[in-house]
Design a protein around this ligand. Structure first.
Ligand code: ADP
Ligand code: TPW
Ligand code: MG
Length: 582
C-alpha cells in the first residue's frame, strides 16, 4: 500500500479476533468478566472494558474463577472467567471443576500458546496442552482456531454450560487467534446469539402420574430441596408445591431461604427425626451424595423403609445411590407445574400425627437453642457470635451471606436463618475452602446487595488477598473472621513435643483487621457479641468494605466441625499419642 489512505480504508472494513470475541460475548448478554490479565489476554481485557463490558481484575485466578462460578449460580447464565496460559489457566481450573461439581454454568476462557510449538513440545512461553488438561474437569472443552469460528465456539460454550445439567465449560483461545483479521460484515454475520438458553425440559405424563401415586401412598413423607431448585429460579412454583403437598421439608445448605427458614413446614431443626422416621423422600434438585450420607446408614432408619421420588434434569442422577421408585426427569419448574396441575384441588395432606410430631420437635429444639444464642461471652463462642449474625440476617433479608470454614460453616448453617432465595453462598458440594472473597465479589457485583461473609480464620486465608479487590471496586462487603487462632481449634499442640507449632494452629491473636486497613477499608475488632452487632451495623450503614476480626475462644470448636466422622482412623494412634484420646 503505497499511500496511507488505502490502508486506513482497509482498517475500517475489518475486524479481528479480539473484537469478534468481545462482540460474541456481548451478543450473548455477558456484562462482566472476572479476570487476571497477562499475555496473551491483557489487551483483550482492555478492549473489552473499552467496549462497555465490566472487566474485574483479581489478584489470583482461582478467586476470579470462584466469582464466575457464583455468578453462574446467582444468575442462571454462565459466569465468565478469563486467565492467561498454563499457570493462570491451572489456577482457574480448580474453580471450573468446582462449578462443574456444583452443576453451575461457567465458562473459563484462557489464552494459550502457539499450537505449532506446544504440540511439538518445543518449549513455548507458558507451554501446556490446556484443552487436554481441562477436559476431565469440565462439562465440555472447546478450542477456537479460526476467527470465523469465534461465534460458533462461544455459542457452543454457552449451550453446553447451561443446557441440561449445567456445568463448567473451557474455551481455549490461542493467542494468535486474537490477532486474526476478518472482513467486518462477514465477521458480524458469523456471530450467533444462543436462543432459549435455559430451555424447558418437560417430564413425561406417565412419570408425573407415577410420582403422584408414590407421594400419595406415603404416611410420613419428607421433601429435600437442594441448590438445583434455588438455581432454577422458579421460587413461586416450588413454594406452591411445598405448600400444596404439605410435607415437612429440609433445605440443603444453598437452598436455605428458597422458602424462608422460618416457614412452618421447615424441618431443619428436626433433621435427625425426619431423616430417620420418614417413609418417603421427595428430592427436588438435590443429589443423594455424601452430604445426605448417600441415603443410607443409621440416620436413615431401616434399609428398605423408604421410597424415593426425585426431580432432576440429569437422567443419570436417578438410581445413583438409592433406588428411585418414581423419577421425574425434567427441569424443576416444568416438573413442579405438572404435579400441581395434575393435583388440581385434589390432595390430602399428610396426617397431623406426622406433621405435628415434626413441628413439636422443631419448636422444642429451637426453644432449647435460643438462650445459648443470647450470651455475651468474651472471647465469644460460636453460638453467641452467630446469634448476632442470625439477628442481622433477619433484619436485612436481602443481604447475601457467604460462609466457609469448619465450625464457622457448620454452626452458621444450622443457626442462621435465611429468608429469601439465593441469599447463601458457601463451600458447595466439595466443601472447598477458598470460595469466600470470590463469591463475595460476585454477589455484590451481580446483585448490588450488601454482602456479609462469615469466615473461619483458616478459610479466609485461602482468598484473603482479594480484600484489595473488594476495596479497589469499593464493594459493600462486610467480612467477619471467626478468629479462633486455627483450623477447628486454636489450642492444638505439637504431639512430638518439638518447637514447631501444631499443624492446625496459626499465629496467636493475629490482627486481620490491619489487612483491610492496608487498602483503605474499615478494619475493626469485636471481642464480644455486642461489639460484633455494633460493628456490623456500622458496616451496613456505610456500605464500606469492612473486616471485623471477631475473637472466638480457642477451645470453642470441634475437630472437623460436624463431619469429624469422615476422618480415617488409625489403629496405633491411641497407643502412640496420649493426646489422641482427647
Ligand atoms: P445440594 O448440594 O443442595 O443437595 P446438588 O448440587 O447435590 O444440591 O444437586 C443439585 C441437582 O439439581 C443436580 O443433580 C442438578 O442436575 C439438578 N438441577 C440443576 N438445575 C436444575 C433444573 N433447572 N431442574 C432440575 N434439576 C436441576
Ligand atoms: C481447598 C480442609 C476443611 S475446613 C478447613 C480446612 C483447611 C479450615 C477450618 O478452619 P477455619 O474454621 O476456617 O478456621 P473453624 O471455625 O473450624 O476454626 N483445602 C481446601 N478445602 C478444604 N476443605 C480443606 C483444605 C479444611
Ligand atoms: Mg478457625
Amino acid at each position: 500500500m503505497a499511500d496511507g489512505t488505502t490502508e486506513t480504508q482497509a482498517d475500517q472494513n475489518v475486524t479481528d479476533g479480539f473484537h469478534l470475541l468481545i462482540d460474541a460475548l456481548k451478543l450473548n448478554r455477558v456484562e462482566t468478566i472476572y479476570n487476571v490479565p497477562g499475555i496473551p489476554i491483557t489487551d483483550l481485557g482492555r478492549y473489552a472494558q473499552a467496549q462497555g463490558l465490566r472487566v474485574l481484575s483479581f489478584r489470583h485466578e482461582q478467586h476470579a474463577g470462584y466469582a464466575a462460578a457464583a455468578a453462574g449460580f446467582l444468575t442462571k447464565r454462565p459466569g465468565i472467567c478469563m486467565t492467561v496460559s498454563a499457570p493462570g489457566f491451572l489456577n482457574g481450573l480448580t474453580a471450573l471443576a468446582h462449578a462443574t461439581t456444583n452443576c453451575w454454568p461457567m465458562i473459563l476462557i484462557s489464552g494459550s500458546s502457539e499450537r505449532e510449538i506446544v504440540d511439538l513440545q518445543r518449549g513455548d512461553y507458558e507451554e501446556m496442552d490446556q484443552l487436554a488438561v481441562a477436559r476431565p474437569h469440565a462439562k465440555a472443552a472447546y478450542r477456537i482456531l479460526e476467527a470465523q469460528d469465534i461465534g460458533l465456539g462461544v455459542a457452543r460454550a454457552f449451550r453446553a454450560a447451561t443446557t441440561g445439567r449445567p456445568g463448567g465449560v473451557y474455551l481455549d483461545i490461542p493467542g494468535a487467534l486474537l490477532g486474526q483479521v476478518m472482513d467486518e460484515v462477514e465477521g458480524k454475520n458469523s456471530l450467533r446469539q444462543v436462543v432459549d438458553l435455559n430451555a424447558a425440559s418437560v417430564p413425561a405424563p406417565t412419570a408425573v402420574d407415577r410420582a403422584l401415586d408414590v407421594l400419595e401412598a406415603a404416611k410420613k413423607p419428607l421433601m429435600i430441596i437442594g441448590k438445583g431448585a434455588a438455581y432454577a429460579q422458579c421460587d413461586d412454583t416450588v413454594r406452591a408445591l411445598v405448600e400444596t403437598l404439605g410435607f415437612p421439608y429440609l433445605p440443603m445448605s444453598m437452598a436455605k431461604g428458597l422458602l424462608p427458614d422460618t416457614h412452618p413446614q421447615c424441618a431443619s431443626a428436626a433433621r435427625s427425626l425426619v431423616l430417620k422416621e420418614s417413609d418417603c423422600v421427595f428430592l427436588v434438585g438435590a443429589r443423594l451424595n455424601w452430604l445426605l450420607s448417600h441415603g443410607q446408614g443409621k440416620g436413615w432408619g431401616e434399609p428398605g423403609q423408604k421410597s424415593f421420588v426425585q426431580i432432576d434434569i440429569e437422567p443419570t442422577e436417578m438410581d445413583s445411590n438409592q433406588a428411585i421408585s418414581a423419577p421425574l426427569i425434567g427441569d424443576i419448574e416444568s416438573c413442579a407445574s405438572a404435579l400441581l396441575e395434575k393435583i388440581g384441588g385434589n390432595w390430602t395432606k399428610p396426617s397431623e400425627n406426622w406433621t405435628g410430631a415434626v413441628r413439636e420437635k422443631v419448636e422444642t429444639n429451637v426453644a432449647r437453642m435460643a438462650p445459648r444464642l443470647r450470651n455475651n461471652n468474651s472471647p465469644m463462642d460460636y453460638q453467641g457470635a452467630l446469634g448476632v449474625i442470625k439477628e442481622v440476617m433477619a433484619e436485612h433479608q436481602d443481604t447475601i451471606l457467604v460462609n466457609e470454614g469448619a465450625n464457622a460453616l457448620d454452626q452458621c448453617r444450622s443457626i442462621v436463618d435465611i429468608h429469601k432465595p439465593r441469599k447463601r453462598l458457601d463451600v458447595g458440594t466439595w466443601g472447598i475452602m477458598g470460595i469466600g472473597m470470590g463469591s463475595a465479589v460476585a454477589a455484590a457485583v451481580e446483585t448490588g446487595n450488601q454482602v456479609l461473609c462469615v469466615e473461619g480464620d483458616s478459610a479466609f486465608g485461602f482468598s484473603g488477598m482479594e480484600v484489595e479487590t473488594i476495596c479497589r471496586y469499593d464493594l459493600p462487603v462486610c467480612i467477619v473472621i471467626f478468629n479462633n487462632n486455627g483450623i477447628y481449634r486454636g489450642d492444638g499442640e505439637n504431639w512430638g513435643g518439638g518447637e514447631d507449632p501444631s499443624t492446625t494452629v496459626f499465629v496467636k491473636d493475629a490482627k486481620y483487621e490491619l489487612m483491610m486497613q492496608a487498602f483503605g477499608g474499615a478494619g475493626v475488632v469485636a471481642t464480644n457479641p455486642d461489639e460484633l452487632r455494633r460493628t456490623i451495623a456500622d458496616a451496613f450503614a456505610t456500605r464500606k468494605p469492612t473486616l471485623i476480626n471477631a475473637v472466638i475462644a480457642e477451645d470453642a470448636g470441634r475437630e472437623s466441625g460436624n463431619i469429624g466422622n469422615l476422618n480415617p482412623s488409625s489403629v496405633v494412634a491411641q497407643r502412640l499419642y496420649p493426646q489422641a484420646k482427647k
